[in-house]
Each structure stands twice: as C-alpha cells, then as structure tokens.
Design a protein around this ligand. Sequence first.
Ligand SMILES: *Cc1c(COP(=O)(O)O)cnc(C)c1O
Length: 216
Amino acid sequence: MGLDDITARVRKAEDAAGRAPGSVELIAISKVQPLDRVEEVLKAGQRVFGENKVQEAAGKWPAFRDRFDGVTLHLVGPLQTNKARQAMELFDVIQTVDRPKLARTLARLKDELGQCPDLYVQVNTGEEDQKAGVSPEETDALVAECRALGLPVVGLMCIPPVDEEPSLHFALLAKIAARNGLDKLSMGMSSDFESAIAQGATCVRVGSAIFGDRVY
Ligand SMILES: *Cc1c(COP(=O)(O)O)cnc(C)c1O
C-alpha cells in the first residue's frame, strides 16, 4: 500500500532537511477515492485526512468516525459562505480562508457555535485567475482582519501552478508566513511534497500517491 511508502518518504525528507522526526504531518487526501481504499488506510493507522468538498465529506466521514477513533479532518477545497456552518461542524481544520466575507461569516458562526476549527489562509501564489486564494499582496491584510475578528489563524496554504517550479511558490509562502508570525505551512502534494518539506512545510497533502489515481 502507498501509505507506508509515503510515510517513510516524509520521514526521510524531514531528515534530509534537518527537521525533527515527526515534525511534518501527513494529511491523506481522500476526495473521490472509493470507500474501501479509505477504510484500508484507516485500518493501517492513518488518522489525518483531507477532503475538498463539504458535501462529499459529510457523506462519508460521520460513519467512519463512528468506527475509527481520533480522526482529524481538514477542508482543503474552496468554501462557500452558505456551507460555512456545516463545514465548521464537520471539519477540525479549514485550510481555505481566502476572502474577508468568508472570514466575517466564520467569525459570526464562531460566536454562535462557541467553537471554531483551526484556520489557514489560502494564498494564490501563482495569481492564477481560475484558482482560489488571496493574492500574495493582500495576504497580510486578510490575516490581520482574521485576527481582528478573533479567528484562530494558524498558518498559510498554497497550491502552486501545475506548470511552474513549485519550490519558488513554497519559498514565497514561507516568507509571507514568517512576516505574519504564522508557524504552519500547508504545502506539497503527491508530486512535490519532498521539496515542500525542504522549504519548511509543516503539513503535506498527499492523495493519489497514497490511495492510487482518482477515478472521476
Ligand atoms: C486533491 C488535492 C491534493 C492531493 O493531490 P494529489 O496530487 O493526489 O496528491 C492536495 N491538495 C489539494 C488542495 C487538493 O485538492
């Protein structure tokens, strides 16, 4: 199975980068994967997962959580404000805060629910039109606004453009995080997680390399 192999590669990349063993969290991205593959990875001991759609996650994770203790779930896809309440109830971490309107909705729901997942601000480091995320220039202001609203922002997340060298984007994200006093960096996927770890990733989001190709 892919999980053991990827876990070993994460440990090796930590070591190569002079990072402490276990300092990088592996998030298994289970979107679209058949339930039997997800169950196999749960049975192998993995407990941290990510999904990119609220609806899809709501359809599978409550049942898995009944059967497996200690699951932590991250939202790594775009969040519409009308799904924010459901997302806050379902996910432990929301990695895709990317605009003031969403931040204000999350702050209102935080007061109402008396709780809030840990939040990451998603940065569109490649400034791609079709991609979610706040632009690099607007990131400091959005982080400040989230903080002023009392939201628990813990880090930054990015998805580099497919056709560019990812390490430049990872370095940019690390720089923006440092100047904002943020410790956590969510960066690196199946094809580039080792490079992300070298640049300071504290969590990597790996899907197909663990579960196999997604069949849509
Ligand atoms: C699907 C997805 C991943 C995982 O991609 P792989 O290439 O399968 O590892 C990581 N991050 C986000 C935001 C995703 O949507």
